[in-house]
Design a protein around this ligand. Structure first.
Ligand code: GLY
Ligand code: MN
Length: 460
């Protein structure tokens, strides 16, 4: 954990940003898999972790902006729980480590909220994403789950987003650790990927590295020979000569800071010439995006510089044609790059996505609806302390190729005769993590091979 001063300062900074009322923080509960006592791995809510640090189920907290009180609500273990789980420090003993001295039984929260509502005080809550907390909010506040999204506090969301978006030096140190473990996961995959292995075996090996570092994975592992499917969690294939293997995985430290990297590895000892050509398209886009990173530059512009690079390279290879800027404006690159360039990263791998992309990535402004751009999670001007991923890719998605060809969508920009020869190609993505500094950027974690010959060299 960080020192208690860190958590106290975070709460004090939040109080400064809020006008009045009560800020309610819902912690997460255990979540059953197939019967109540057989639960998924517990993951605390990230905003709760950020302000209160306490990594246990069954807790909620409130900050009274007007009185300044910071209260943790939860119940100590009963003797029955101690029999099964062993003796634990009391909540009050634990809370002190996070600078919290006011600990009350959970039942008192209901009363506090009821009294506040009776006085007409504003109760600020964040968008809930777990059904049990939806029901809890309904019981506490009388707001039907269907209505909860409409009554979230934009003031609270904005204050949290603006604070969590700027990572402190100690957070950056923690994220470096997460990305270092993540890099080890990718280096190991580069060493072991070979014909005859299954996707599941590679996924299991990299998962082990995250677990052995006393943390976990930061999101479900993508380990696939079908990299054209962006979030492919199927691990049932056997790798064979000539396949491209796409790994997208990350580790989460014990403090729950995330890493997130992608790499594309030839299953054979070397990439084929055809694979190398497309690999360079993705790599050039990656490098042009990195070169554009600096404070003040909207991340949407960084995304567009990667897209422009893809268009130019795909024109040079004969897949695309026409004017680059016109193709870019029409979103023609999205046939090959149908997603966003990257996202913020921190206590969540897609940092704060639960609070709403429009606040996290767009400062409350509307997102584009254009195919491709609508999946860009971050567009706002960059600030020092932002941590983000850079992950352009080049994908040949047969269903999308067929559809756009049939529809004639952006037809002026494509040579379908050439594109159709690549319908069995798969996809290529590399991903790295960066922090924006006062005058540019810093790579987070240990660098891993990115050039095709350096990836191949890992396999010797
Ligand atoms: N690495 C998974 C994602 O960014 O969506
Ligand atoms: Mn990512």
């Amino acid at each position: 954990m960080f020192t208690q001063e860190t958590y106290q300062k975070r709460r004090a900074a939040l109080k400064n940003e809020m006008s009045s009322g009560i800020c309610l923080f819902c912690g997460n509960n255990e979540s059953p898999m197939n019967y109540p006592d057989n639960t998924y791995h517990f993951r605390q809510d990230s905003t709760f972790l950020y302000y209160f640090g306490m990594d246990y189920p069954g807790l909620h907290a409130a900050i009274d902006i007007d009185s300044g009180e910071e209260i943790l609500f939860g119940d100590d273990l009963t003797i029955d729980s101690i029999v099964w789980m062993g003796a634990q420090p009391t909540l009050a003993e634990r809370a002190v480590n996070y600078g919290i001295t006011d600990v009350r039984p959970l039942a008192k929260l209901n009363k506090m909220l009821e009294e506040a509502q009776n006085k007409g005080r504003k109760i600020h809550y964040l968008p809930p994403y777990r059904h049990d907390n939806n029901i809890q909010l309904f019981k506490w506040l009388g707001i039907h789950p269907d209505e909860l999204a409409n009554q979230v506090s934009k003031e609270f969301i904005t204050a949290v987003v603006e604070q969590r978006a700027i990572k402190s030096a100690e957070e950056i140190t923690e994220i470096h650790k997460a990305v270092d473990i993540t890099a080890e996961m990718h280096l190991e995959a580069m060493r072991i990927v070979r014909p005859g292995m299954t996707e599941a075996q590679v996924a299991a090996r990299v998962h082990e590295i995250a677990l052995a570092a006393n943390g976990n994975i930061s999101f479900p592992i993508i380990a696939t020979i079908n990299g054209q499917t962006l979030h492919n969690h199927y691990h049932g294939n056997t790798l064979k000569e000539g396949d491209l293997f796409l790994l997208d995985c990350g580790a989460e430290t014990p403090l729950h800071y995330a890493g997130d990297m992608s790499s594309t590895i030839p299953v054979s000892k070397k990439f084929t010439e055809r694979q190398k050509e497309i690999y360079h398209v993705a790599l050039n886009a990656h490098e042009s995006a990195i070169a554009a990173l600096k404070p003040g530059v909207p991340f949407k512009e960084v995304h567009l510089s990667a897209a422009r690079s893809i268009i130019n390279d795909m024109k040079a290879l004969g897949f695309m044609k026409g004017d680059t800027e016109e193709a870019l404006a029409a979103g023609a690159h999205a046939l090959f790059f149908p997603c966003g360039l990257g996202h913020m990263m921190g206590l969540d791998v897609h940092d704060m996505e639960d609070l709403g992309e429009v606040y996290v990535g767009y400062e409350g402004k509307a997102k584009s609806t254009q195919f491709g751009l609508k999946s860009l999670r971050l567009a706002r001007p960059l600030k020092p302390g932002f941590v983000l991923t850079i992950e352009p890719g080049v994908y040949f998605i047969p269903e999308l190729i067929d559809m756009w060809k049939t529809q004639g969508h952006n037809a002026a920009f494509y040579n379908f005769d050439k594109i159709e020869q690549y319908k069995d190609f798969g996809g290529i993505r590399n991903e790295e993590d960066f922090v924006i500094t006062d005058d540019g950027y810093e790579l987070l974690g240990k660098p891993i091979p990115k050039r095709p010959e350096d990836v191949e060299a890992m396999k010797q």
